[in-house]
Write a protein that binds this ligand. Structure first.
Ligand code: GTQ
Ligand code: FE2
Length: 355
């Protein structure tokens, strides 16, 4: 008579749960955290110290030959919230790559897209599909998905830089492909300006027109390097016009879109003594400090920052940057925002403080 009482002590219910487990089913009513009110990230707000990265990078350079570990001497930033995975955030890999004097990391390509951001030093050339690109402080270099790339240190001194890749995302989508590249016919010709710059970095708003120009590649920026002198100039001009911080996005000069389909790159300058408006967005971010010192607050966690530091911002976490010295704070960030935008999941907001 009537409905059976719904109680957890029902032996028939226990039997149902056991049978469900046996045939690999899970009842939603016993699961929590499937649909959260807002994004919950396993990643932790985190900062890796540039000083420590340099110190262990130099030691790895002395101890570990290049042929170990995929021909790249890279220390990957492993966010402690991600269960031991070598990932800075759930979608982004951040690694510090070290190349000794006169060393060379041979050509390969892979479906994960990569970019390099240089904290200090120069003398390494990255060849992207054979186009030699000199890397120096503050430069952003792209190696889009499936482009061959190799790194050559032409000097006697070691050099380190930051790599950011979409490896965790592509891995989650089970779409990683990798091949070693041609090793025989290495292009040793180097020019101050890469072929990509000679076509696509002619000046603000200037696009080349010629009958024999190839179409720009369909799925990434044709310009493969963004020079610090250009970024610095633009930041200086922009900073003179804004109240708080100047923020620039690196874009495809042919289309005005993000540089690659999976990663958005930006550079932010927080003038001396100022603080940014707290901001959050869906998807995660990796940040890198180029100049200045100050404080970084991620979801209430405070970190002091200085040049060479790398940090991880989990999805939907408030981020504030404060420049505390007489020097401007320049921070490079990479996010997965283009992916979220493409599938209509991107949200962002600023928190205007009440005074
Ligand atoms: O420089 O080719 O940090 O393939 C991870 C994977 C760098 C590279 C990384 C790579 C590279
Ligand atoms: Fe690579």
């Amino acid at each position: 008579m009537g409905t059976r009482r719904f109680t957890d002590e029902d032996p028939q219910l226990d039997a149902l749960y056991a049978d469900l487990a046996d045939i690999d089913l899970q009842p939603l009513w016993r699961l929590s955290g499937v649909l959260t009110g807002e994004p919950v990230s396993r990643a932790q707000p985190y900062r890796w110290r540039g000083k420590q990265l340099r110190e262990v990078g130099d030691r790895a350079g002395r101890l570990v030959p290049l042929d170990k570990g995929g021909d790249r001497r890279v220390l990957s930033c492993a966010n402690p919230g991600l269960g031991g995975a070598p990932y800075a955030t759930p979608t982004l890999w951040a690694g510090l790559q070290h190349l000794d004097g006169h060393e060379y990391a041979p050509a390969h390509h892979h479906t994960p897209a990569a970019l390099r951001f240089v904290f200090e030093g120069s003398g390494v050339w990255t060849l992207v599909d054979g186009d030699p690109i000199h890397m120096a402080r503050g430069d952003l270099v792209l190696t889009p998905s499936w482009t061959f790339h190799e790194h050559h240190n032409t000097t006697a001194d070691p050099m380190m830089w930051l790599d950011v890749l979409d490896v965790p995302l592509v891995s989650y989508l089970e779409s990683i492909f990798y091949e070693v590249g041609p090793s025989d016919e290495v292009n040793r010709r180097t020019a101050a300006r890469s072929a990509a710059e000679q076509r696509w970095a002619l000046g603000a708003g200037l696009t080349p027109v010629a009958r024999d120009l190839p179409e720009p590649p369909a799925d990434h920026s044709p310009l493969l390097v963004y020079r610090w002198s250009d970024t610095d100039d633009a930041l200086r001009v922009l900073a003179g016009t804004v109240e708080r911080d100047a923020r620039l996005r690196f874009t495809d000069p042919a289309r005005g879109t993000d540089v690659m389909p999976t990663m958005r790159c930006e550079m932010q300058r927080v003038p001396a003594g100022r603080t940014t408006t707290p901001h959050r967005q869906t998807g995660s971010r990796v940040g890198a400090v180029l100049n200045g010192t100050g404080t970084l607050v991620i979801a209430g966690h405070e970190f002091d920052i200085e040049p060479g530091d790398v940090f991880a911002v989990p999805s939907w976490s408030w981020l504030t940057l404060a420049s505390e010295t007489a020097e401007d704070l320049d921070v490079f960030t990479v996010s997965d925002a283009p992916v979220l935008e493409a599938i209509r999941l991107y949200r962002e907001e600023w928190r205007e403080e009440q005074q």
